[in-house]
Design a protein around this ligand. Structure first.
Ligand code: UDP
Length: 254
């Protein structure tokens, strides 16, 4: 720990790490007292952080800031502090699950859609599939992501009573990061928490991850846009982000 470099993109910090280095930092965080926050910013989150002071502050305080997005890799090249690769949240979660299985530390899955008449909740389905891939993984509990503010105290109690040492939160960004940050001092056993967006849906099989071609060419955003055109407003942030990075780099070099 402590050897990795933290670069700043639009004045938002990002750790210069690949998957292996990110895991080394993560393992260190799991040994520290208190609950560390892990964030996985993409260009949309960086853009939001330039306007949302709470989001910016929590990223500044995060124990690990993983570059999750091809836009960040391009931006890092523009500012001449190139990131070697993007570390996708989905791949990083896989590495975390393998570590948790190996060490016997338990995970709590919070977020995504509740159960309905036809199916268990997304978090429960994700738990079942994680258990198939990682048979010795200890899943301390699950809860859906549609709760009211006044229900949060009971939810934190439930997470504490479960004994979970790692918290995986799928509420969408930045709600998930704010949830972990706001409650970090109330957790009794949780050593670290991460916001994973739609990853529980992918684990549950309710949403498909982009095919490998899209993943390999940094085009997951395009696949997602084709599947969910209603996200166009959010996706319009990517070109805006690139323009902002370019103009900021140009202005600072004159
Ligand atoms: N979600 C949730 N509670 C909410 C809003 C969203 O549990 O109040 C879940 C939603 O069901 C989905 C995930 O959060 O599983 C958001 O996924 P998305 O891919 O949109 O994440 P983002 O791209 O915003 O990180």
């Amino acid at each position: 720990m402590g050897q990795n470099k933290r670069i700043r993109i639009l004045d938002v910090p990002v750790d210069m790490v690949n998957n292996k280095q990110a895991m080394e930092i993560f393992e260190g965080l799991m040994e520290l007292p208190g609950c560390s926050l892990i964030v996985t910013p993409n260009s949309e989150i960086i853009m939001n952080a330039t306007k949302d002071t709470e989001l910016k502050m929590l990223i500044e305080e995060a124990g690990l800031i993983i570059p999750d997005g091809i836009g960040l890799v391009y931006a890092s090249k523009i500012i001449k502090e190139p990131l070697s690769e993007r570390v996708t949240g989905v791949d990083f979660l896989n590495s975390i699950l393998a570590y948790l299985e190996k060490t016997g530390k338990s995970i709590y899955l919070l977020g995504s859609k509740p159960a309905n008449a036809e199916s268990a909740s997304v978090a429960e389905l994700a738990a079942q599939n994680m258990q198939i891939k990682y048979p010795n993984l200890k899943i301390a509990g699950t809860h859906d992501g549609y709760f009211k503010k006044e229900e949060e105290a009971a939810l934190v109690d439930e997470i504490n009573e479960s004994g979970a040492e790692f918290l995986c939160v799928a509420l969408g960004a930045p709600k998930q990061e704010k949830f972990i940050y706001e409650h970090r001092d109330e957790f009794k056993h949780v050593c670290a928490g991460i916001g994973v967006g739609g990853s529980l849906d992918v684990w549950a099989g309710t949403v498909k991850r982009a095919p490998k071609f899209y993943q390999d060419h940094g085009l997951e955003w395009l696949y997602r846009f084709v599947k969910e055109p209603s996200r166009y407003k959010r996706m319009a942030q990517l070109p805006l982000f690139m323009v902002k990075v370019l103009t900021t780099a140009k202005n600072s070099s004159v």
